[in-house]
Design a protein around this ligand. Structure first.
Ligand SMILES: Nc1ncnc2c1ncn2[C@@H]1O[C@H](COP(=O)(O)OP(=O)(O)OP(=O)(O)O)[C@@H](O)[C@H]1O
Ligand SMILES: [Mg+2]
Length: 427
């Protein structure tokens, strides 16, 4: 561990576009190649731009042949690759560099509780692969664990903090979604709830109201079922726990640890993780609308296929919000092992699609076809497939990626740089 870690203030320079990071104190972890002989205070230039981020190089042995990604226009991005292809590592670099470039970053679905390793600077093993002007640096990060997971495991995972949405955070739409009443079949229930929902401050109070109301017993039981389950799992409280919007305004990247979301099997509640992620997303858009969040936002959705399944709430709320996202400067980076559940309309909205070295060319072709249903260029796609087949991984672990820019109709193959913060190695 460094004797003294980077503080938020050290990063402030970066928000202002300055290119200097000050490392105060002696830091044995930073190799000599970065800092020369170690004296302190140490200053080191890092290239930070509000318009482009450097993500790799095209020829491995040519230090000047760099690949930068344009971040001027709002865009959506899909990263498609099988397990261990390096998706999380490349996303982590996006997280670090977007943050340094003045973005707020939310890692919405940290499904392996792995994002917390970014609280430390990049491990020595991967540092030789950095660009010489990169500086390994810890990320100002908070990882939140939704409290409803307590029903399965009471312990707070290390480096996490508890999180709970308050009843008052919810819109009526969110509530209906959480109850599973968001289909025309439940119109009757929705009408009844609309009379009570904003007269109470908690689910417990709502339950009382419904219990004492003059209602057909069957209707009453139907409404009470999800209310009671949500109370049992402690899903929405009277008071919220953890204020991630304030954290973002204080310079923190925020991640939500949804590890174990697949085990959430209780019949009426199996969409709770998706509902939660969706509500968090709505709160971000609203805060942006009200001007509470001032910077552009990068929203990272890992395991997208599991959170976006057709007819789940996340899918619907994302669909209705996606145009507003552009208006508010919200960028979305999805990563997924399969696009089976990722809807066509979303793929068609992606400006960039990233394929790793080991992508199956047939799968890649299907995605490109889905992305360009009415504008399909067989010869261009043949070129891309040929390039995908040539990609490889070196013995030292470095990998080639191909990014397809759907606007410019260009593909680029590059070797990606590692993140600035620590990447958790998978076994
Ligand atoms: N460019 C790279 N250079 C060196 N090592 C890399 C690179 N990319 C990935 N790795 C290593 O490969 C392993 C897998 O990477 P990563 O965890 O990012 O894969 P993933 O696609 O997110 O996998 P999963 O689907 O299991 O989440 C890690 O141990 C990582 O350190
Ligand atoms: Mg991963």
């Amino acid at each position: 561990m460094p004797e003294k870690e980077l503080k938020v203030n050290d990063w402030e320079d970066l928000y202002l576009g300055s290119k200097t990071i000050k490392f105060l104190g002696k830091n044995k972890d930073i190799p000599r190649t970065y800092l020369g002989d170690i004296y302190f205070p140490i200053e080191k230039k890092m290239d930070i731009s509000q318009k482009f981020i450097r993500i790799g190089k095209i020829k491995l042995n040519d230090p000047n042949d760099e690949f930068w990604l344009d971040i001027k226009e709002v865009h959506r991005t899909l990263i498609l690759g099988m397990t261990r292809s390096g998706k999380t590592l490349i996303q982590r670099r996006f997280m670090d560099l977007f943050h340094a470039s003045g973005f707020d970053v939310v890692w919405l679905t940290d499904v392996s509780d792995e994002v917390k390793s970014s609280k430390r600077e990049l491990q020595p093993k991967l540092r030789p692969f950095l660009h010489p002007n990169d500086i390994p640096a810890p990320l100002q990060l908070k990882v939140y664990r939704p409290m409803f997971f307590k029903e399965f495991n009471n312990d707070l995972p290390s480096d996490n903090e508890w999180f709970k949405l308050s009843y008052k955070d919810l819109t009526f739409g969110d509530l209906i979604m959480a109850f599973g009443f968001d289909s025309p079949n439940f119109k009757n229930y929705v009408d009844i709830l609309s009379l009570y929902w904003n007269k109470v401050n908690s689910l417990e109070q709502l339950k009382e109201k419904i219990e004492t109301a003059k209602l057909n017993p069957r209707v009453k039981a139907g409404i009470l079922r999800p209310v009671e389950s949500l109370i049992k799992y402690d899903v929405f409280g009277e008071e919220k726990v953890g204020d991630f919007i304030a954290d973002m305004n204080n310079g923190f990247v925020v991640a939500f640890n949804f590890k174990g979301h697949e085990e959430f099997g209780d019949s009426s509640l199996n969409t709770i993780p998706q509902v939660y992620a969706s509500i968090i997303q709505n709160i971000i858009v609203k805060s942006r609308d009200k001007g509470i969040l001032k910077r552009r936002i990068l929203l990272i959705i890992d395991e997208a296929s599991k959170f976006l399944k057709q007819r789940t709430l996340m899918h619907d709320s994302l669909k209705s919000a996606v145009n507003e996202y552009a208006k508010y400067g919200i960028y979305i980076y999805f990563s997924t092992q399969t696009t089976k559940d990722v809807p066509d309309w979303l793929i068609r909205q992606c400006r960039y699609i990233f394929f790793p070295f080991n992508v199956d060319p047939e799968t890649a072709l299907q995605i490109l076809k889905r992305a360009q249903l009415y504008d399909f260029h067989p010869s261009w796609h043949r070129d891309i497939i040929a390039r995908l087949r040539e990609m490889r991984m070196r013995k030292d672990g470095r990998r080639q990626w191909c990014v397809v820019d759907m606007h410019l109709k260009e593909e680029t193959v590059f070797w990606n740089f590692p993140p600035l913060s620590a990447h958790q190695e998978s076994l």
